[in-house]
Ligand binder design. Structure first.
Ligand code: ARG
Ligand code: ZN
Length: 849
């Protein structure tokens, strides 16, 4: 059946379900192209509504039979589902459908990956498995029987019974259909146990394909650490006897929190020192924690509807961020999170895809698993945490779990808990959920008769569909420093609520130097008329590590912007300050590595555009290259010692301490490579016994124009490892010269091991093309054309991943008329593709609007 014209769904249209479900039994008879799904569902009228209309979602299903209380149901079918006459009292629905997992390349619903069956049901994939009220506010206990000639048959909950070719599972916790999961295949488990603090022993398994058993140890440990942390910090215990994690090679996202059966993109769980970088390890630890934490924030308490997605995602991201800062370094984690927030969320908020943390309409909900819902959603919770304080925050969370366990909730429920727990009125605060765009905060200072005034103004620019913005509650953490570097006012939280507001400090003996927005206390863009002397002072003296880093970053940006717009030379004051920071042994190496990294090219483009300058990606690329070289020359005599001092000689451990040293050593190596034609990098490449060092040496060699040999060796060594080869694919595109990038990407797609059905491999190539701004935006237009060619091809195969990658074009209005015209042509070409998916249709429409 052909799709009807795309429908738009509105938050304001919510109505409660007519029927609830108190029991579901599913039987799966697995066969690659003709799996039978037999469902038996007990419906009861919802006492909270008088609506008795009966609708079940269902897409791409072949209906074999349908009965209501044993009688033929005679349903009316549409492309979206079915309706039928039902009694106005409880009844049993029984249906049988046929589906084809083997040909399901969209990777949504039940599909196959390397001979293994698996599912992805969030957000609306369950309707591709059977007819069901596929909405999160319908929660039910599931009983599942799997029949199939495969050694391992898994579903949610606890195992009930099993025999040759079948297994039965029962999940006692009522859950929405999006948390359903099934996995069947030839899998190997690495097992462990965790004893909860109330003494329940939980069996843990991490399932992988044969051959991947050597990459499971770290993930299993991360799971145990997460379980312990959620008990210690939030008092949340696990609630089943079994917790399974499965690694799948073909997966659209990072991972999925299905109850008791988390399914992971193999790139988000498999790790070993030889094949994974320090960054991979940290990401994996964070994602395992994230999915585990969903057991309470997402599963036990879920979302009423998909507009409330941030209820579970923002909170769970906030929780995984807390976990990582506890496991590793708090300041380093905060800086990395802010870098990511600015790169992805500020970019989104400043362009055509800007939307509320809680959106009010969508055509395809999968398009709203965004940096705004996730990362800004987490920032909003961080602000609540700062405003109410730690004690009240945890008191509110206790109340949330107690009040709403087993329910499908809204942001209103969440806010009400905080109001009730703390006595605060959060009406104005709630605007963070209902108003899109990044606020710009401007501060000016005044020093009169020993009184120091900070005048703040806030402004949020219009976003699509939201021309008028209202003032937000902005927590501004401020500290004041004396000129000798001592702190005269320690960190104080100012609560801004007005469009313009002044805060005064009395009793000071000298005019202080302010450190504003410490810890990045709110997701805003701060403007302050300052100079580089003061930035260098803060870089040297600020006691707040975030602002210390931020001062260095502002310096670097200022230098780059002047190089680009005024043609100035790299500033020696900056070079001195950077050198001092790099060599300051009192600072954590990880922090120093972050402080030495220059702003990304996209960040510079965004900064230029925001200040009214049309960014030229080639000029940005050139300036970054020139400045890096100037830093290398300025530190020429220091680099070998810096590299040596931070070279880890102990056996590889993916912990914060070692990875911080490796990060700093690699910063030194990459600078050195600009001076020695890659000699030191070649030596490191040849000696490397871990992927962090091997890959960073390879990057240095490619950048130095001396990578051919190492790339060939790398391929020879790793051609059998898909995850490592993804790095090999990506690096070549990411580091290609601007004029070569599109051709390099295209050439890689012609290899036998390029498979566009595998999202990791597709992203390795085309995510890297989008991540090479000078290559993607090359004046030839080749970057745009190649990207569009492949998005058009992929749309037929996998709409969800195609739609996500359309965001490569979302900054198009920043650029000059030629580039805008070229991008518009490509967007129109995508829009004109026959049978373009609903996912991509919505994205292209929004980007072009
Ligand atoms: N809930 C998952 C997570 O954040 C994300 C799954 C989203 N999947 C999707 N197809 N939209 O961990
Ligand atoms: Zn999540």
């Amino acid at each position: 059946m052909k799709d009807a014209a795309p429908q738009t769904f509105y938050l304001s249209d919510y109505t409660p379900p007519a029927f609830l479900i108190d029991e579901v039994s599913l039987t799966f008879r697995l066969a690659p192209e003709a799996t039978r799904v037999i469902s038996r569902i007990h419906f009861v009228p919802n006492p909270d509504t008088t609506d008795r209309s009966f609708f079940l979602h269902g897409e791409q299903l072949k209906l074999i039979s349908a009965k209501i209380d044993g009688h033929d149901a005679n349903p009316t079918l549409t492309a979206q589902g079915l309706t039928a006459e039902v009694p106005d009292h409880e009844f049993t629905w029984e249906a049988e459908v046929e589906i084809s997992p083997a040909t399901n390349t969209a990777l949504e619903g039940l599909y196959m990956s390397n001979g293994m069956y698996c599912t992805q049901c969030e957000a609306e994939g369950f309707r591709k498995i059977t007819y069901y009220p596929d909405r999160p506010d319908v929660m039910a206990p599931f009983h599942v029987r799997i029949e199939g000639d495969l050694p391992v048959l898994l579903s949610n909950g606890n195992p009930v019974d099993q025999g040759e070719g079948w297994a039965e599972w029962s999940d006692p916790w009522p859950k929405p259909a999006y948390l359903f999961a099934l996995v069947a295949g030839d899998l190997r488990a690495t097992s462990g146990t965790f004893t909860t603090r109330s003494g329940n022993e939980v069996a843990l398994n991490l399932w992988v394909r044969p051959g991947d058993e050597g990459k499971t140890e770290f993930g299993l440990q991360a799971l145990k650490d997460s379980m312990k942390w959620d008990e210690d910090v939030y008092g949340r215990e696990y609630d089943l006897d079994l917790f399974n994690i499965v690694a799948v090679d073909d997966f659209n996202m990072g991972a999925m929190e299905n109850k008791g059966l988390n399914i992971f993109n193999s790139s988000a769980v498999l790790a070993s020192p030889e094949t994974s970088t320090d960054a991979n390890f940290e990401r994996i630890e964070g994602i395992i924690a994230h999915e585990y934490f969903h057991n309470w924030t997402g599963n036990r308490i879920t979302c009423r509807d998909w507009f409330q997605l941030c209820l579970k995602e923002g909170l769970t991201v906030f929780r995984d961020q807390q976990f990582t800062s506890d496991m590793r370094s708090e300041p380093v984690k905060r800086i990395s999170d802010v870098l990511m927030l600015r790169a992805r969320q500020f970019r989104e908020d400043a362009g055509p895809l800007a939307h509320n943390v809680r959106p009010e309409s969508y055509q395809e909900i999968n398009n709203f698993y965004t940096a705004t819902v996730y990362e800004k959603g987490a920032e909003v919770i961080g602000m609540l945490f700062r405003l109410v304080g730690e004690t009240d925050y945890y008191r509110a969370l206790d109340m949330y779990f107690q009040r709403h366990d087993g329910q499908a909730c809204t942001i209103e429920d969440w806010i009400a808990v905080f109001e009730d727990a703390t006595g605060r009125d959060l009406t104005q605060f709630k605007r963070w959920y209902t108003q899109a765009g990044t606020p710009h905060l401007t501060v000016t200072e005044e020093w009169v008769n020993g009184k120091y005034n900070l005048h703040f103004k806030q402004e949020t620019k219009p976003t699509p569909g939201q021309p008028d913005k209202q003032p937000l509650v902005i927590p501004i953490a401020v500290g004041l420093l004396a000129h000798d570097g001592s702190e005269i006012v320690p960190t104080t939280l100012l609560e801004m609520t007005e469009a313009a507001q002044t805060f005064s400090f009395d009793g000071l003996t000298e005019r202080p130097i302010p450190s504003i927005l410490r810890e990045f206390s709110a997701p805003v863009v701060l403007h302050r008329d300052t100079n580089n002397q003061e930035r260098a002072f803060l870089l040297a003296h600020d006691t707040d590590p975030f602002n210390k880093w931020e001062a260095g970053r502002a310096l670097a940006k200022d230098v780059l912007v002047r190089m680009i717009t005024k043609g100035t030379k790299p500033d020696t004051g900056f070079l001195d300050a950077l050198r001092q920071m790099a060599l300051d042994d009192t600072q954590d190496p990880a922090f120093r590595a972050l402080a030495m990294a220059l702003p990304s090219q996209d960040d510079i483009a965004q900064t230029l555009f925001a200040s009214g300058v049309t960014p030229d990606p080639m000029a940005i690329y050139g300036a970054v290259k020139t400045l890096s070289r100037a830093i290398a020359e300025h530190m020429k005599d220091d680099l070998p010692a810096l590299l040596a001092a931070n070279t880890v000689t102990e056996p590889y451990q993916p912990n914060a301490e070692q990875s911080g040293k490796r990060a700093l050593a690699n910063t030194a190596l990459s600078l050195l490579s600009k001076l020695d034609n890659g000699a030191a990098a070649q030596a490191q490449y040849d000696a490397a016994d871990n992927m962090t060092q091997q890959l960073s040496a390879l990057s240095c060699l490619i950048r130095a124009g001396a990578g051919a040999d190492a790339l060939a060796k790398f391929e020879q060594q790793w051609h059998g490892d898909r995850l490592v080869m993804d790095k090999w694919f990506g690096l070549q595109v990411m580091l290609a010269e601007p004029e070569d990038a599109a051709r390099v990407a295209q050439t890689l797609t012609e290899r036998d091991d390029f498979d566009m059905k595998n999202p990791n491999r597709f992203r390795a190539v085309f995510g890297a093309l989008a991540g090479n701004p000078a290559g993607f935006h090359h004046p030839s237009g080749d970057g745009y054309r190649t990207m569009a060619d492949w998005l058009i091809k992929l749309d037929t195969v996998n709409p969800q991943t195609t739609a996500r990658m359309c965001s490569a074009f979302d900054t198009w209005k920043r650029y000059d008329a030629d580039r805008q015209a070229m991008i518009r042509d490509q967007l129109e070409r995508i829009a004109a593709k026959p049978d373009l998916s609903r996912d991509v249709t919505e994205m292209v429409e929004r980007i072009m609007a």
